[in-house]
Design a protein around this ligand. Sequence first.
Ligand code: ZN
Length: 146
Amino acid sequence: LTDESVAPLPVIDDLDTKGFWDAAHRGAVAVRACEACGLVLHPPRGICSRCHSIRTVWRDVAPTATLISWTIVRQSVHPGFPAPYAIVVVALDDEPGVRLVGRITDTPALKVGMAMHATFEAVNEDVCLVQWLPTATSNGLPGTSR
Ligand SMILES: [Zn+2]
């Protein structure tokens, strides 16, 4: 029996992505990388696309990013995600080739290039989502990256 008003949850025990969810659960952002040549494997996978090694590791990265794109959703498409909200795409500061998606409740002021930071949304005891919010600068306003 499922409650359709509840937002769907990610699969957190998938062999390819488990490390990301484990990291989120302890309040960190992690990327999967090849242990042999160091290439970051994103989306995460069990074999290196450069050297074909199957030795991979999960590596913590800074929980900061740059806003690449966003959209505001004004009409609810699922009862678990009441509108309005923003969907953001960010590029990690430590690994700019890695882009992650997040959801921000409400309609924040967003600008491409602005600095973002990860927040960790514990949905239940097991599942923690990584979301992204604008990073406030010393003047209290959202800043731009670099
Ligand atoms: Zn490799």
